[in-house]
Ligand binder design. Structure first.
Ligand code: MG
Ligand code: MG
Ligand code: MG
Length: 306
């Protein structure tokens, strides 16, 4: 049975592209592997896969009896069901180390860079395996997506170098034009339900025993969301009521380089603790905040610690 390579729930472009690329790498190293996904892909990812000729990976949500490589996450709350009933062979990631543990030794490729795609480019180089042209295309899109076209504070020089090298392989002449095209697709919110929008890029965290959800919508202009805000607020209240302490939704303006955060919480004082600023009603503008991973989740983790 093939090894399965899987990213986090509510898959984003990095999670899908990385699963496809790592499955290619593992297979070429002599260990047959295939990419799977834990859910439907988002419009941005659909655009990227179509552009480079891939179809969406099969959806699988249970780890029982599988051999698994995790990409783009190591948090149990973001991983397959029954993970302890599978065997984790490897991890390729760029997040804080989560709470996944293994009884056996494993291969770990975890770097503090802007995207799993950047780590994977280095893996191809390490093993002396050529990056296929179409995989170079999806990896470079993943890096542009995760780093918000280099604007996110998570972006490192390695990410830019990886994009430059991958662009040559993929034959992409104007990387930034491709990035803008991709973010325009990502920004399209009309026709999507509030529930779809909240969960389009959403993660649950365990923060000192509290279940906390943080979603993010990245748009090229925040005013596109004006007509949707009330419905989004009502939706995160609903999601919170389903067994969570808090749900936060970041509405990120990639041009203004900041986020409006919508708040649904049993104790909204955690917001002031996390950001040193009291929210105005049920939302707060966070200037310069683009990254859930680097500028939001760690602040809340600390705030919940006390
Ligand atoms: Mg991701
Ligand atoms: Mg990522
Ligand atoms: Mg992201």
């Amino acid at each position: 049975m093939a090894i399965v390579v899987v990213g986090h729930k509510n898959p984003d472009t990095d999670t899908i592209a990385s699963a496809i690329a790592v499955a290619d790498l593992w297979t070429k190293r002599g260990m047959e592997a295939k990419a799977i996904a834990q859910g439907e892909i988002a419009p941005e990812t659909a655009f990227v896969l179509k552009k480079f000729g891939f179809s969406a990976p099969e959806i699988v949500t249970d780890a029982t009896d599988q051999q698994i490589v995790l990409v783009d996450h190591t948090d149990l709350s973001q991983s397959l069901d029954n993970l302890e009933k599978g065997e984790i062979l490897g991890v390729v990631d760029h997040h804080k180390l989560g709470d996944v543990t293994t009884p056996n030794p494993l291969e770990m490729w975890v770097w503090p860079v802007g995207c799993t795609g950047t780590v994977i480019k280095a893996m191809y180089d390490f093993f002396g395996i050529e990056v296929p042209q179409n995989i170079a295309g999806i990896l470079l899109c993943a890096i542009l997506s995760d780093t918000v076209m280099y604007k996110s504070p998570t972006c490192t020089p390695q990410d830019k170098e990886a994009v430059e090298a991958l662009a040559k392989i993929a034959g992409v002449a104007d990387v930034m034009a491709l990035g803008m095209e991709m973010f325009k697709v990502k920004s399209a919110v009309d026709g999507a339900s509030a529930n779809e929008l909240v969960f389009r890029d959403y993660k649950d965290f365990d923060m000192s025993g509290n279940k906390v959800g943080i979603g993010q919508l990245e748009v090229v202009d925040l005013s596109m969301l004006d007509a949707h805000k009330d419905a989004l607020q009502a939706e995160i209240e609903k999601v919170k009521a389903d067994g969570r302490h808090s749900v936060f939704l970041l509405l990120t303006d990639i041009m203004k380089e900041g986020s409006e955060m919508l708040i649904a919480s049993d104790d909204a004082s955690v917001v002031e603790k996390a950001f040193g600023k009291a929210p105005a009603g049920k939302s707060i503008w966070l200037d310069g905040v683009m990254s859930r991973k680097k500028q939001v989740a760690p602040n809340f983790i600390k705030a919940f610690e006390g």
